[in-house]
Design a protein around this ligand. Structure first.
Ligand SMILES: NC(=O)c1ccc[n+]([C@@H]2O[C@H](COP(=O)([O-])OP(=O)(O)OC[C@H]3O[C@@H](n4cnc5c(N)ncnc54)[C@H](OP(=O)(O)O)[C@@H]3O)[C@@H](O)[C@H]2O)c1
Length: 341
């Protein structure tokens, strides 16, 4: 039934159907931005959870660089983000400026990357010089260490101070390392900070958690994450973690969406590049969007930052998405803590 409602022009975005709806007064977004509801087809409900049904309205709307997904907490996140891993100092500053000038409105940083200051400054400078409201740019950063309740609260405050943005749109636990107790304390501290300082941490989530780690949060009775950032691309599809996260209405962000460049020469990508007249990076990013993920491509190169955003003027067929899915080889491009104790 869902497919009957979809446009022949644009394939469905698995995150959900677009629907215009009144925004909350406290949110800022551009008038033309589309609103998307998370496509969390809930197979079962945990006892303390309930989710709205899938919205099937205005399915013809096209994805564009301003498209946003509405998270379970009702905040909205642009469906394309800019990654800043390994960008330091002026390179981070210039990279973020280039991304914002190219139309990205979502930037991913982390305490580990040691670039929160430069990323924040670039956002502030861009907003000031272009007249863009701060609220139009979605900023993510992440907790470096699971090192105890009070330390985590201090780390959150430090990230807030360093970026200079006034608030953080999305704060993630960077990884599950440290054991059950340390994970629980990190999550409790972040949730408490969010409650105690309304508006300073708008959304909270996790990164690179395995299913077992996610179950710990569910069983703790603490609020659930609204986003899960993990390595997702055709060579690492993580279907189990994606399915589990989606059961709980958690939106997936894809790190390493370009496979860090390790598979650009793969014959399947070469074939699809020729077919769609797009480069391998654009094919991979379009795949990510069509899977319902929020890709976070990183590039230090202005030209690539721009070309990586040119992914809204074509779409892959469902067959070609399936062809890409079949390339899974569980390829770890950076780290994989999903099985850690
Ligand atoms: N949560 C986590 O644990 C975690 C882990 C890793 C990453 N992340 C986040 O996800 C982001 C993306 O992941 P990633 O940086 O690991 O990898 P990625 O985005 O998959 O790939 C980045 C690599 O691809 C190259 N590249 C970018 N665009 C290109 C293009 N159009 N043509 C050819 N090469 C291109 C870049 O080189 P140039 O810079 O020279 O263009 C860089 O070497 C990170 O920056 C970070 O924000 C999160």
């Amino acid at each position: 039934m869902r497919s009957q409602l979809l446009s022949a022009v644009e394939p469905p975005h698995p995150l959900g159907m677009n629907e215009e709806r009144p925004e909350k007064a406290c949110r800022s977004r551009s008038d033309s931005a589309l609103v998307i509801f998370a496509y969390a087809q809930v197979a079962f409900f945990h006892h303390h959870l309930s989710f709205p049904p899938i919205r099937q309205v205005k399915a013809m709307d096209k994805l564009n660089i301003e498209t946003k997904v509405t998270l379970r907490d009702e905040y909205q996140m642009p469906v394309l983000g800019y990654g800043t891993y390994e960008l330091e100092g002026n390179e981070a500053y210039e990279g973020v400026l280039s991304a914002l000038e190219a139309g990205y409105r979502h930037v991913d940083s982390a305490t580990w990357y040691e670039n929160e200051r430069e990323v924040g400054q670039a956002i502030l400078d861009f907003c000031r010089t272009s007249g863009t409201p701060r609220g139009d740019v979605f900023y993510t950063t992440k907790l470096k260490l699971n090192n105890g309740y009070e330390n985590v609260k201090k780390a959150v405050q430090r990230s807030l101070d360093v970026c200079g943005l006034g608030y953080i749109d999305l704060y993630l636990v960077h990884g599950p390392i440290g054991g059950p107790e340390a994970r629980r304390e990190s999550w409790r501290a972040i949730c408490d900070f969010q409650k105690e300082h309304p508006g300073l941490l708008r959304s909270v989530g996790i990164s690179s958690f395995g299913i077992r780690h996610m179950k710990e949060i569910i069983e703790s009775g603490l609020p659930l994450p609204v986003v899960h950032q993990i390595d997702l691309h055709p060579f690492m599809t993580r279907t189990d973690i994606v399915a589990f996260s989606k059961q709980y209405g958690i939106v997936m962000q894809a790190w390493g969406p370009l496979v860090r460049g390790y598979r650009f020469d793969h014959p399947t990508l070469a074939k699809l590049s020729t077919k769609y007249e797009k480069d391998a990076a654009q094919i991979l990013l379009r795949y990510s969007l069509q899977k319902g993920y929020v890709p976070l491509p990183k590039s230090a190169t202005k030209q690539r930052i721009i070309s990586n955003s040119k992914i809204f003027d074509f779409s892959l067929t469902e067959e070609d998405v399936a062809v890409l899915d079949a390339l899974d080889e569980a390829l770890v491009t950076d780290w994989d803590p999903t099985d850690c104790a």
